[in-house]
Design a binder for this molecule. Structure first.
Ligand code: NIG
Ligand code: FE
Length: 410
């Protein structure tokens, strides 16, 4: 396929330029070729450049006049497999209850776990498959999905097997993360170590044996797992070859970031609250800072301090956190808009963070996240728009005309 007369071909990189996650001054620049062509061969990018160098081509040609082409979003943090929405908790919050109060009263994650335990693998797959189609139509071309609504061995394995089936059927790559340490089940309310032992000694070995997870996660928070409990989970994951991507600093600074940096975690995710010491710890480390702005938007919490992180030269990633409790939206276009409107990121920074840096957060940077010869042809073709800045500016509208996955219009 040839796409010609592209108004702006966005996020073009040489292999050299996509060696490392983008940070600081580099994060601020988004390469764009104006009046460009893009040639695909099968499911990969074969060539691109200025229109004056456009080759003659006999096959399928798209005239992209007035439209932009971007790499698809990489959503490196989701809970896309779940049993049911939780709009009744949403209404409780509107009437004054907090997310943590609802969780402490047995709602929240425990509510989701109860419902998931009752559903079959087939039902969960069908629902998740529908969501995945919606996600792709909104321009996401690679995704991570977590377990964590099972909270017992059988149900955690069931969730991860659903993710394994999704991986088999999905046209976009999926990475699976084991999040057994998401919440303490009621029966372990007064026996936290008992549940950590179950996660580490019973769930994890079976998951590793079946090869069901690519990463390990834990929810390090006052309402969930302590730093010491999170450490046990991360260390056990490492023994099974699983790198950590950890929920931390959503509500409290308690040392989760320092722990993750020390453990060489791939990413720390959420970061609504971050203090100076934690910024220092992240500086120069190999741990990526994944910001999930839709969560504080939905929960009316403080927004992630993106500017302080970027000024400290820390590579930031944007992801959706799609889940039924804190973020019932998988819309990465909205994530990019919120990153600009609420986190004060520039459109260039936000698009970098939601594409190439997202690919780094899933170790998919060799194949996804930028327009590069040899990379997968997963692309967004916009509607007629004046500039890329218009995408987050005119928030709430759909600016996507076509999504191209593996070189084909989806
Ligand atoms: O990333 N905070 C922890 N986990 C999820 C929400 C889970 C839920 O409420 O169902 C999150 O926000
Ligand atoms: Fe999450």
């Amino acid at each position: 396929m040839l796409i010609k007369n592209i108004k702006g071909l966005v996020q073009t990189r040489t292999a050299d330029e996509s060696q490392n996650p983008l940070k600081g001054e580099v994060l601020k620049k988004l390469p764009i070729i104006e009046n460009a062509f893009l040639l695909l061969k099968d499911d990969r990018i074969a060539a691109y450049g200025k229109m004056e160098d456009c080759p003659t081509y006999e096959g399928e040609v798209i005239d992209a006049k007035d439209r932009f082409v971007l790499p698809t979003w990489v959503d490196s943090h989701t809970h896309l497999v779940f049993a049911a929405p939780r709009e009744e908790e949403f209404v409780m919050r509107l009437k004054g209850k907090s997310y943590q109060e609802i969780a402490a009263a047995g709602g929240g994650i425990l509510n989701s776990a109860k419902k998931l335990q009752e559903k079959s693998e087939e039902e969960l797959f069908d629902d998740a498959w529908g969501r995945l189609q919606e996600v792709i139509r909104m321009g996401t071309g690679a995704i991570e999905i977590k377990s964590g609504y099972g909270l017992n061995t059988e149900a955690e394995l069931k969730m991860l097997r659903v993710i394994r089936e999704l991986k088999k059927e999905s046209p976009i790559p999926i990475k699976a993360t084991f999040l057994g340490a998401h919440a303490f089940p009621a029966e372990y309310k007064d026996n936290h170590q008992g549940y950590v032992d179950l996660v580490v000694n019973e769930m994890l070995p079976q998951i590793a044996e079946e090869g069901l997870a690519d990463y390990i996660d834990a929810f390090c928070e006052k309402v969930a797992f302590s730093v010491d409990e999170t450490r046990q989970v991360i260390e056990a994951g490492a023994k099974h070859g699983l790198k950590a991507k950890v929920h931390t600093n959503q509500f409290n600074c308690m040392g989760g970031i320092e722990l993750c940096v020390e453990q060489n975690a791939l990413s720390v995710d959420h970061l609504e609250v971050v203090n100076e010491t934690e910024i220092k710890a992240l500086q120069g480390s190999s741990t990526l800072a994944t910001l999930l702005p839709s969560a504080p938007f939905f929960l009316s919490d403080p927004y992630q301090p993106a500017r302080a992180l970027i000024d400290a030269d820390i590579p930031v990633v944007l992801a959706s956190d799609y889940n039924p409790g804190s973020t019932p939206s998988s819309n990465m276009n909205l994530v990019v808009a919120l990153a600009c409107i609420k986190l004060k990121m520039t459109p260039e920074e936000a698009i970098n963070a939601a594409t190439l840096n997202g690919a780094f957060a899933l170790e998919l940077e060799k194949d996804y996240g930028s327009i590069e010869v040899g990379k997968k042809a997963n692309l967004i073709l916009t509607k007629k728009i004046p500039s890329v800045g218009y995408i987050p500016y005119a928030f709430g509208s759909n600016h996507i005309d076509e999504v191209i996955i593996n070189g084909k219009v989806y």
